[in-house]
Design a protein around this ligand. Structure first.
Ligand SMILES: [Zn+2]
Length: 203
């Protein structure tokens, strides 16, 4: 394979060991990404993101068909499968060590520099979800989503900029406020974790 040598994640092995040592029932979303990548990563190394995303799109359309038919048991299985496929794709772009020359993403995601992240730190699936939904809808920015109540405005928000701001009751202002409060929350969580570890180490 024509590869480009890129080694960005130098602590991959220790990350994986920490994940494997955890109870599976305590795995966070990022543990699943790492765990599933450790199984399927090698096999998916030569695959393009388009090929992998096609599986997600295909399974998602099957899932919506099963929802329409009301086959809820199949829906649960399909949803788990889609989650696994997305984890594989994310894991590829967070941990894979070499990429074919023509891969369009390579290390862009793991070195993503959005500049205005809420929570900072290493790029991960869990981080992206929290960035997009910090306990609020990513579009209307309400804690209880109101998008469907204003569907024409939400779907054409580039056209109705003033109406969009009106129905979301000052979305940009809220984003600024939440950014400030999430920095405070982050500081308090770091303190909590530090206290937790200190307790365990000293006992
Ligand atoms: Zn919404």
């Amino acid at each position: 394979m024509n590869t480009l040598n890129i080694q960005q994640i130098d602590d991959y092995d220790s990350l994986l060991m920490k994940t494997v040592a955890k109870q599976r029932s305590n795995w966070a979303i990022d543990d699943w990404v790492l765990g599933i990548h450790s199984i399927y990563g090698d096999r998916n190394t030569p695959k393009s993101p388009m090929e992998m995303w096609l599986h997600v799109a295909n399974d998602t359309s099957q899932l919506s068909e099963e929802v329409r038919k009301g086959n809820l048991e199949v829906v649960v299985q399909d949803a788990a499968k889609i989650f696994g496929r997305v984890c594989v794709l994310v894991g590829k772009y967070l941990y894979q060590k070499e990429f074919p020359e023509n891969d369009p993403i390579k290390t862009l995601l793991r070195n993503r520099d959005a500049g205005d992240d809420f929570i900072g730190g290493r790029e991960s699936y869990g981080k992206w979800i929290l960035e997009k939904y910090p306990m609020r809808c990513g579009t209307c920015w309400e804690t209880v989503c109101v998008c469907s109540a204003y569907r024409p405005i939400m779907e054409n928000r580039d056209e109705y900029i003033e109406l969009y701001d009106e129905v979301t009751k000052g979305r940009e202002q809220k984003i600024m406020e939440i950014k400030k409060s999430s920095i405070m929350l982050m500081v308090s969580q770091v303190r909590l974790r530090k206290n937790f570890f200190l307790c365990h180490w000293t006992n």
